[in-house]
Write a protein of this length. Structure first.
Length: 214
């Protein structure tokens, strides 16, 4: 079927010959093998990067990396276990095997506002929203899985969540700093003022914002 299918991309490497017709059109003879679907230069850089990553993972030891990732997950979950406002979202339960990704919500906070405060006031980048899984996240949150929902407007009380991730290159200190930042924000609130711009919560540059308060 590869021989019968039209070329996936038109370009060098996929064609055997290309000739200009008298009427100005172009006649193309395509390769009959898999090459007809592999136009352009191979992604050598990408292939080398994957090979290097596999080599590094093999040398480090997959089991050791998995154990470290599990330990980082425990640091976050245990570090926030006594903060009742923080609720972790889980599809398969707390004891299910997982990678270094945690999604959560904070009572009393719009997730875009919380994520913006983590970024602006603590230099910590997280993802907020519905993570390309709108119905699933709304179901985990107990909301209307069929609603359109709004992401990012603090005054709208949008139904969304926060996601933090870490892995082999994440220092333990970064994870501890994240836990401290979440605890401080829940306890003390944001120190800066924020506003909605194009559906996103951002620091309000029109206000007098400073780490000491505003």
């Amino acid at each position: 079927w590869l021989r019968e299918a039209g070329p996936y991309l038109a370009g060098g490497g996929a064609s055997r010959t290309v000739a200009r017709r008298a009427d100005g059109g172009v006649d193309v003879e395509w390769h009959e093998t898999a090459a007809r679907h592999e136009a352009g230069s191979p992604n050598v850089i990408g292939a080398y990067a994957i090979a290097s990553a596999c080599k590094a993972l093999t040398e480090a030891g997959f089991e050791a990396l998995a154990a470290r990732e599990d330990a980082l997950v425990r640091v976050v979950r245990e570090g926030l276990a006594d903060v009742p406002e923080v609720r972790f979202l889980s599809l398969f339960g707390d004891d299910a095997p997982r990678v270094g990704v945690l999604s959560f919500v904070v009572d009393g906070w719009n997730s875009s506002h919380f994520a913006a405060a983590l970024s602006a006031e603590y230099g910590i980048g997280v993802r907020d929203g519905l993570f390309c899984a709108h119905p699933l996240v709304r179901r985990l949150l107990g909301g209307d899985t069929g609603g359109a929902g709004e992401c990012g407007a603090p005054e709208a009380g949008a139904l969304n969540a926060i996601r933090v991730s870490f892995g082999a290159g994440t220092p333990e200190e970064h994870v501890a700093r994240f836990v401290r930042a979440v605890r401080e924000l829940v306890r003390d609130g944001a120190r800066w003022k924020y506003r909605t711009v194009e559906g996103r919560c951002v620091p309000d540059t029109s206000a007098t914002n400073s780490p000491s308060g505003a």
